[in-house]
Design a binder for this molecule. Structure first.
Ligand code: HEM
Length: 433
């Protein structure tokens, strides 16, 4: 096992802690500087001298929204193509690229000279709102290349990457067809929910007559200030041991498609997305001790069992006086650790979701609670090859992870997210040329 997977001095397990401390110190120093200079200048209330640049570049070697630090909101949507014409697909991807690049640049403005008889390009819902770190990430599902009945609608079946196959059925899956699959996907993420909603609406409208909406899910993240790890709706820190996106060699090794992929996909990444319903009523009724045993970490600190610091090494081999492991072998932390998955790692970018409540059965017997929260985790991960990433990991986890008592996978999809584009190009251009 290399230093990266061991969490050695250069490994991800220390990298995040150091980066977070450095960022906090730097931001405190900046804050102090800004405050001092404002006081010296005698300005009354303005603390921030410069406007904050909250745009994430759309153009570049990789699509934005993969290595980008998690935003607070997301809107994921999958589409099915209804056209039989390859040129329609190309035109749609061109239109999506232009609109996405434009929206990522910053606030939309009303055009004072606009013809009131013309249909405006966008709703106006995001007019004057800051870019809010908007990213728009596009993906291609396996059915874009070949439909389930074998039709090669757009002449690209021979270009499908080996890694892009429908996911296998896992133990315990209760997939709802209306929350699975899709020929194309769009994910908008930003720190403002209205910005993501406006972006998706504009892109969906561009698809009129060419593609229809198949399924969608919005989500939010518990991002905490100063680089702290956010908590998910189960109350645990989620993301402690993720691949540090600043570590280029880890990203090349585990996230970006390389030489093994067809040329059009190199620099892209395969994304698995699964809405996982969490039985929150059941979970909230558990003792903290049982919750910690299930997750395999302490709730308050996020530290490994029996330790105090969030970023301390897991050391799964530690045993108690009676010989039992300190961290339950079936806990989520143990089951998902690279040490137990031949070194496999994925870049997680999961958001929580909350669709309100849902009736799950008729009211019988009368004392049973039959309306539950329709909420959970919009699990999402990126990897260089899903066979060595999600599929490898989850095959085993699906059978014996203690977390499964509280979770149900209700949807599932896989998409090849092609590399980024330079100005003048369009998303997926090299797949079609
Ligand atoms: C509702 C479902 C899930 C919840 C609430 C959840 C929550 C968590 C939490 C709290 C941690 C520990 C902190 C951390 O390192 O981030 C964790 C770690 C992790 N989870 Fe999940 N998770 C869920 C589903 C999944 C699934 C389906 C997979 C993929 C197969 C997965 C893969 C991982 C991985 C790879 C780690 C880090 C392990 C390590 O690097 O040592 N999780 N998860």
């Amino acid at each position: 096992m290399n230093k990266l997977t061991q969490g050695g001095p250069l490994g991800r397990r220390n990298f995040l802690a150091r980066a977070a401390v450095a960022a906090t110190v730097a931001s405190l120093a900046e804050g102090a500087k800004a405050l001092t200079s404002t006081r010296q200048a005698g300005v009354r209330t303005e603390v921030c001298a410069k406007p904050v640049d909250d745009t994430v570049p759309f153009w570049g070697p990789h699509q934005a929204g993969i290595a980008t630090a998690m935003q607070a909101h997301t809107y994921f949507i999958a589409f099915d193509l209804v056209t039989e014409q390859r040129d329609d697909v190309i035109r749609l991807l061109q239109a999506w690229t232009t609109a996405a690049a434009q929206m990522s640049r910053g606030p939309a403005r009303f055009d004072p000279k606009a013809d009131p008889q013309a249909r405006p390009a966008e709703s106006g819902a995001a007019v004057d709102l800051p870019a809010s770190r908007l990213t728009i990430t596009f993906g291609f599902g396996p059915t874009l290349f070949q439909t389930k009945d074998g039709r090669d609608r757009y002449g690209i079946a021979a270009r499908r990457p080996e890694a892009l196959r429908e996911l296998p059925v896992f133990v315990g899956d209760q997939l709802v067809p209306e929350r699975c699959g899709g020929d194309l996907s769009i994910q908008a993420c930003a720190d403002n929910p209205q910005v993501v909603e406006a972006a998706v609406r504009r892109l969906a409208r561009l698809a009129n007559g060419v593609a229809v909406m198949r399924w969608a899910q919005t989500g939010f993240s518990g991002s905490f200030p100063h680089g702290q790890t956010g908590r998910n709706t189960m109350g645990f820190k989620d993301g402690t041991l993720n691949i540090p996106t600043q570590d280029a060699s880890a990203m090349d090794k585990f996230v970006w498609a390389g030489e093994e992929a067809p040329a059009w996909m190199r620099g892209g990444s395969y994304m698995v997305i699964r809405p996982i319903r969490i039985s929150l009523e059941h979970w909230d009724d558990m003792t903290t001790a049982f919750q910690e045993e299930t997750v395999g970490r302490h709730k308050t600190s996020g530290a490994p069992m029996g330790k105090h610091g969030e970023f301390e090494a897991l050391e799964l081999e530690r045993t108690q006086a009676d010989g039992q492991p300190v961290t339950n072998e079936n806990s989520h932390a143990a089951m998902s650790a690279p040490e137990n998955n031949d070194g496999a790692q994925i870049l997680r970018r999961a958001f929580s979701y909350d669709n309100g409540i849902a009736k799950i059965a008729e009211r019988w017997p009368p004392w049973r609670q039959l309306v539950t929260f329709d909420a959970g985790l919009l699990f999402q991960c990126y990897q260089r090859d899903p066979r060595a990433g999600f599929i490898k990991m989850y095959k085993k986890m699906a059978t014996i992870d203690m977390l499964n008592q509280f979770t149900t996978h209700t949807g599932s999809a896989i998409f090849a997210c092609p590399p980024g584009v330079e100005p003048g190009g369009y998303i997926g251009q090299h797949l079609f040329t």
